[in-house]
Design a protein around this ligand. Sequence first.
Ligand code: NCD
Length: 309
Amino acid sequence: MSELSVNHLLGIKYLKEDDVQLIFQTADQFKEVINRPIKKVPSLRDITIANLFFENSTRTKLSFELAEKRLSADVVNFSESQSSVKKGETLIDTVQNILSMKVDMVVMRHPSPGAPIFLSKHIDASVVNAGDGTHEHPTQALLDCYSIRERLGDVAGKKVVIVGDVLHSRVALSNIFALKLLGAEVKVCGPKTLLPKHIESLGVGVESNLKKALEWCDVANMLRVQNERMVTSYFPSTREYAMQYGLTMDILRDLSKEIVIMHPGPINRGVEITSEVADSNYAIILDQVENGVAVRMAVMYLLASKIKR
Ligand code: NCD
């Protein structure tokens, strides 16, 4: 396969396994490029990409922007706080206005689940979902699986546990879809209040005991507790959460085998994982960040090659 089966990246749910493998093979080439002294390729010259961020982001926005610049795309940035959205403009009007300036691709982060899907039905440009509310964050799941493949050789057959605030996490849902698509076994682990009801219907196991979950897995993906999305209290205190679900070096040393630790960032050091774990050799957190640029380059390169001009 040399072409993606989709014209937009709206969610992992819409991808086939071949799409993901094609993205990974393309990312392998771009990873080589970004480790060269001259990190830029002319692949997206004359393509204009708008980064529309309706929700705060530092690293995802930076990662997309860097990927776009390494591909020589022209980049425009929009963030809601400086825009006419505050003056009452609708989403479609905002985006149509940007597109009239001849933009080919839109990278969008939005607090409402489904916003990028809605947009893709109303505009001509190719849309990349950079996180829509608690729904999906497809490029994060792609870079997570790419990082597992890099560290462990393959994703198929690996056991992955996703720990923590699964309920509010778009990283969790996209990861579950991606890991299952690639043939991994998946469990979720966390306080019952932070695990969605019927999560088993997605084909994942549930384990409430952190140590048992870690003993089972090859990889643990430690999610951030999404305090900003919580409208009520889901656990008694941060201290209690950290005591039951926080990962420490002692827990890791007690396991019968060595496991790989991931985190999508930003980390609450001392809550999901201690600083010592985050900075240890078990963690591949900075590899994930590096791979994020290569994977996003691959996604945008493959989508751009489908744009009819
Ligand atoms: C994630 C997100 O925004 O969903 N972070 C990210 O993409 N850098 C995870 C999180 O915020 O916890």
